[in-house]
Design a protein around this ligand. Sequence first.
Ligand code: APR
Length: 261
Amino acid sequence: MADSDRPTWANSDRPSWADDLPRAAAILRRAQRVAVLTGAGISAESGVPTFRASDGLWEGHRIEDVATPRGFARDPRLVWRFYNARRANLRGVQPNPAHYALVELERRLPGDHFTLATQNVDTLHTLAGSQRVLELHGNIRRVRCSRCDYRADRQLEPLPDLPECPECGALLRPDIVWFYEPLPEAVWETAYLAVSQCDCLLVVGTSAVVHPAAGLIELAKHHDAAVIEVNLDQTAASHLADVSLLGKAGQILPQLVAASA
Ligand code: APR
């Protein structure tokens, strides 16, 4: 970044992450292979609620009721109402500067030297233009049959409370990975390999408490990669971070990516 492009802050406005930014940018600049792990926090500034905030998505819902195979077997109507409300909330939602900064970072790196693994099901990375996106927890636009192999992208169209499979008539379910379910095998293996091989793992907007996704951070450390964390607050993974940038992803990521060019 040219000196004239550097943001200047009055001392009182200077965010705490500004002091740590050059160190993180130097790590990112040196890295030949970069992996990114994102969570709900990266979409917060787009207006998508996170899960574990006091007004978050789990507030008022028992995870067991709306995000487990057992919950779906017990009361599919309740589960579909929950996901249909989330689908409706996504209409009109746009990616924010944090998503676009990751598109820019990907453009800089050759082919498989960049991998973006996301726990988000909102598809905002793809909408922003990211190419190599690994959706660890599925995709809320897609549905799949609870009995046969039918899968379809139904975008954000309104669905009935109990949508049926057009091929076999059984109940459709969101194509989302619920608690107690395995991650899609090929997606997980690709993410695991990318993180094992990266020089830098950038961890953005995740509380890092849900496994196996959060385990990718330890995996990166195990393979001597540097970890940069971007989050509003300290998280369960902060002790693994070489640099923690505490603040909003939509403000930090564009600066970080520009400063590492
Ligand atoms: N910028 C950066 N970080 C933010 C921002 C922001 N603007 N807003 C919130 N955060 C951070 C919060 O501090 C928190 O650490 O984002 C994190 C969101 O954490 P969670 O709500 O726990 O979301 P996530 O980590 O993605 O959850 C993981 O758990 O519920 C399951 O399957 C669901 O994929 C989800 C998984």
